[in-house]
Design a binder for this molecule. Sequence first.
Ligand SMILES: [Zn+2]
Length: 86
Amino acid sequence: MAYLYLYLILGVVFGLLCRRAALEKDRNGRTWFWLGFFLSIPAFLVLLLLPEGGPHRQCPRCGRRVPQKAVVCGFCGTRLDRSIDV
Ligand SMILES: [Zn+2]
């Protein structure tokens, strides 16, 4: 039973790590959370090797890089004006 808890805890940790790294690279956070949850280290390594996707701009509130087409910042939740390009 202890192994099950360990597996779940490590799954969540790697899931969150992969989600964070995926959002930084303009990848799907939910998809990469589950890949990290089930595959852990291999998923994280693959994600680190993937190139960043699509054009970006900077969130005016938190300063993080968000996809050009984003309507809401994925990090702080700020609603983004589509006409502002950085
Ligand atoms: Zn933001």
